[in-house]
Design a binder for this molecule. Structure first.
Ligand code: FAD
Length: 488
């Protein structure tokens, strides 16, 4: 039986393990932490349960696909519901806007609450759908690093329509051409943060993201986001995948330019195939540090995506005006992104994302209470004075939420944990604590992500958010698909 070793039980590592096990491989997964999921993990304290990282679930079909591949009925293992309301938006000028899943309802909400016509929204979403149609097969579902991708007819057709995907202006410029009302420009600019980028730099091609959310929908998994990890680990177990927790891989052992095994402490486990789900930067800098000549310098020097600062608050009250996903916008988005990307700091009036899973999963908080996941985008970790930045940000966030909700929030917090770029980096070995691998702040980013296979080291493959096609759960699951097709 062919053997595959996977480094890391992040969501892409687990999905790759499932796919290879279905193909008949004997698969073992080595995970440094005592738990699976990497960024997609959970914790509980004092009666509150929190999903530690991702909170927005899109494209559930990629999870279902894994169960089907293994001959199982997905709903017996993993259930989710489609959200009617995708997000509630709060603006400093007092505007409150709900993004409904139903596109027509959303368009009428926009025309009622802003100066835009519903037809502007319809036109915008149509363009977003077109970008998806052109890019989907080429940029997301296949390797960009195999000749055969370029020899396909649909790739050729997509290349001919390249201009239509709007790569030569920024998201913000494109959004301004669709909307006059600054609130709508801001709403659609925000989608750049779905992969940790800057709307004032990222190509307008990323305006494809609203289509994923609006057309395919946003979902809530029964049991919370962690049930994605949990159900897939169970599926992998049923397929015979062996997980080794608390087992950090220290080195990928080579014989010339071919994989010979992995080293854990002083023991070598022999294999000729390794799939690294560890951040590609750390894979080269830590696990392959004896072979610096094999390091792809240019690719590893790409700018990283942004990171996050999260306060997990147990709140002793329930708020009717809030839903699962809530956004409290900054008054000056440009200044906020300049602070993050130019100053590498935190803006004094940050856009606050508030996720409350207990709205859908009642037992995530004690009766009458709510579990608040309060997140702001912050720069990747380059050694800033985080303690000072966090203390100031905490004050500003509390003032903002209290102002927009009309109530002193600090007095309602009964429980607190914090995650910041340093702890994201150390807990999941993500270089600079970036959430989504490299940023998409230029039009070549898609081509500059590391491939799912090493071109220099035989038997070395990659999956996960730091390699092609990029970060976020859906793309991580696609990386697993691409890599499992590559290994044959
Ligand atoms: P990771 O989760 O990065 O896990 C890698 C694993 O490898 C870790 O478990 C680590 O311990 C292990 N590892 C590393 N080095 C070693 C070693 N040497 N030996 C053994 N094991 C090792 N995505 C969305 O789709 N929606 C969201 O709403 C969303 N929000 C996010 C919010 C936050 C706060 C964060 C942090 C991320 C968010 N993301 C979101 C992004 C998403 O979480 C990631 O893209 C995805 O989970 C990354 O998965 P991965 O497979 O790359 O592995």
């Amino acid at each position: 039986q062919k053997k595959a070793l996977i480094i890391g039980a992040g969501i892409a590592g687990i999905a790759t393990a499932i796919r290879l096990a279905v193909k008949g491989y004997q698969v073992e997964v080595y995970e440094a932490n005592s738990y699976p999921g990497g960024k997609l993990s959970q914790f509980s304290q004092d009666g509150y349960r929190f999903d530690a990282g991702p909170s927005l679930f899109t494209m559930p079909q990629y999870v279902d696909e894994l169960f089907k591949l293994a001959g199982k009925e997905p709903s017996q293992y993993f259930r989710y519901q489609k959200l009617d309301e995708i997000c509630r938006y709060f603006y400093e000028d007092g505007t409150r806007l709900t993004a409904y899943a139903d596109a027509d309802r959303f368009a009428s909400e926009v025309s009622e609450k802003t100066k835009e016509l519903s037809t502007s929204v319809e036109r915008y979403l149509k363009n977003s759908a077109l970008i998806y149609k052109i890019t989907n097969h080429v940029f997301l579902e296949r390797s960009l690093h195999l000749l055969k991708t370029y020899l396909r007819w649909d790739t050729f057709k997509s290349i001919l329509r390249f201009g239509k995907i709007d790569p030569f202006r920024t998201m913000h410029q494109a959004n301004q051409s669709y909307f006059k009302d600054v609130r709508m420009v801001q709403l659609f600019d925000r989608y750049a943060t779905y992969n940790g980028s800057n709307p004032y730099q990222a190509p307008a091609t990323l305006n494809v993201i609203p289509h994923l959310e609006q057309h395919f929908g946003a979902y809530f998994p029964e049991g919370g986001m962690y049930s994605i990890t949990d159900s897939l680990v169970k599926l992998a177990g049923l397929l015979g995948v062996k997980f080794h927790y608390d087992t950090r891989v220290d080195e990928i052992v080579l014989n010339e330019k071919a994989v010979k095994g992995i080293k854990i402490k002083n023991e070598v486990v022999e294999t000729d195939m390794v799939i690294s789900n560890m951040d590609v930067w750390f894979t080269y800098h830590h696990l392959l540090k004896k072979s610096p000549q094999l390091k792809p310098q240019k690719i590893l020097s790409q700018e990283r995506s942004s990171s996050a600062l999260i306060f997990y608050w147990g709140i002793k009250k329930q708020f009717k005006q809030l839903d699962l996903h809530n956004i409290f916008f900054s008054a000056d988005y440009k200044a906020e992104f300049d602070a993050i990307w130019q100053d590498k700091s935190i803006y004094h009036d940050p856009t606050v994302y508030l996720n409350i899973s207990s709205k859908y999963q009642n037992d995530d908080a004690p009766k009458g209470c709510e579990n608040w996941f309060v997140m702001i985008n912050v720069p990747a970790n380059i050694g800033q004075d985080w303690d000072a930045l966090i203390a100031t940000a905490r004050k500003n966030i509390l003032a903002k939420l209290s102002r927009l909700l009309g109530e002193d929030i600090s007095g309602l917090i009964v429980d607190e944990s914090i995650l910041d770029p340093r702890s994201i980096e150390s807990r999941t070995s993500s270089y600079q604590g970036s959430l989504y691998g490299t940023s998409s702040n230029n039009q070549f980013a898609a081509f500059l992500r590391h491939a799912n296979k090493s071109s220099k080291i035989k038997g070395l493959y990659f999956c996960g958010g730091s390699v092609h096609p990029g970060g976020g759960i859906p793309l991580c699951l696609l990386s697993a698909k691409i890599v499992s097709e590559m290994v044959g």
